[in-house]
Ligand binder design. Structure first.
Ligand code: SAH
Length: 341
């Protein structure tokens, strides 16, 4: 699938030169796509007919379809159909600081985290960069407002689709295009250590969030199979490396699962693990799903956990809950429709 939305500006210029066109023409196309937001090649009115014909014969331009929308207070969930019939979701959240969107990076996911609804569908394929870009463009079109923040926290493991995710970031960050600030983009990973190491060397400035969810290997391996491959110590080591090289703070996400990882012992253990690291912990009250047995921790337990971290001088916040009514909350991004065709 050769989509015109799959090209960062530099790549588009290179391609244009290879077909005997100028780099300037490529910049014009990029501008039509991302600034003027046209939908059809023929709308690119400052380009010659032959070039437009060539482009429409060689590239697709419209290939993700919005098929369903659900709304709740400050949140909208979008269901998209891809060119091959697969379905993915994106979620828009309205914050006081702007609009943020949570995008999917894969159809399904192979990480097998036991608490995650999205992972119940095994990975079917990676999303192309253009399918990530179009999630954003379609949502902006729907709300007729700009999106300021992006989190790669939808369906899929972004570091299991590394190259396309990086290409996506290049496209949306380009000041000549959508121009989303690099510090307004967050990648969340379950901890694929070699990819985190590679990510350090991108020097991209993108925010890094790690789904930790447990303070020791025994517990983490039980709920996150990836921990059998990369241990907590491997994660901590690479995170320290990341902080040293980038001087950026890392976020650790920690879902609170009732009776599993939410007691005082875990809170203290987590504090010890993270002491002295430039990070903050985002506590996520678990969103219950109909297919998985874990329960949400009680409010008092969540608050106690929070207090212990605070007392131990760990930066900590409790994530605001969005969209549980429309099953758009974390881990619930898998409606009944999302089955393999
Ligand atoms: N694979 C990546 C990106 C998905 S992020 C990662 O693991 O980070 C989605 C975030 O929501 C992760 O932190 C994930 O662990 C969390 N999550 C999954 N299921 C959840 C649920 N039912 N309730 C709350 N958070 C959940």
């Amino acid at each position: 699938m050769n989509s015109i939305y799959d090209y960062p500006l530099e790549d588009l210029k290179e391609y244009f030169v290879s077909i005997g066109q100028t780099k300037y023409r490529a910049s014009q196309v990029f501008d039509w796509l991302y600034v003027k937001r046209i939908k059809k090649f023929e709308q690119m009115s400052n380009l010659k007919k032959e070039l437009l014909n060539f482009l429409s014969e060689n590239f697709s331009i419209e290939n993700i379809k919005l098929i369903q929308k659900q709304e709740d207070v400050d949140v909208k969930k979008y269901l998209f159909e891809l060119f091959d019939g697969n379905k993915i979701e994106a979620v828009l959240m309205k914050h006081n600081y702007g609009n943020s969107i949570c995008v999917s990076s894969q159809v399904g996911c192979n990480m097998g985290c036991t608490f995650c609804e999205s992972g119940r569908l095994k990975k079917v394929r990676n999303l192309y960069a253009f399918e990530l870009v179009l999630q954003l463009l379609k949502v902006e079109e729907d709300i007729n407002e700009r999106i300021s923040h992006i989190v790669l926290m939808g369906i899929g493991e972004p570091f299991d689709n590394y190259d396309n995710v990086m290409k996506f970031i290049k496209i949306i960050n380009d000041p000549k295009g959508i121009n989303i600030g690099i510090r307004h983009i967050t990648i969340s990973t379950c901890g694929i250590v070699p990819k985190i190491r590679r990510f350090i060397n991108e020097k991209a400035g993108v925010n890094l969030a790690i789904s930790l969810h447990a303070p020791n290997d025994d517990l983490r391996s039980k709920i996150m199979p990836i921990n059998k491959v990369y241990k907590i110590k491997d994660i901590i080591d690479v995170v320290k490396e990341y902080i040293n090289k980038t001087n950026r703070r890392v976020t650790f996400e920690y879902i609170l699962l009732k009776g599993i990882n939410d007691d005082k012992k875990c809170a203290n253990e987590l504090s010890n693990l993270l002491r002295g690291i430039n990070c903050y912990v985002n506590l996520i009250p678990y969103n219950e799903t109909s297919h998985i047995d874990y329960k949400t921790s009680q409010k008092v337990t969540i608050n106690e956990f929070y207090d212990i971290l605070k007392k131990n001088n760990i930066n900590v916040t409790i994530r605001r809950e969005f969209g549980s009514k429309v099953s758009a909350a974390c881990g619930q991004l898998r409606s009944e429709q999302i089955t393999r065709k």
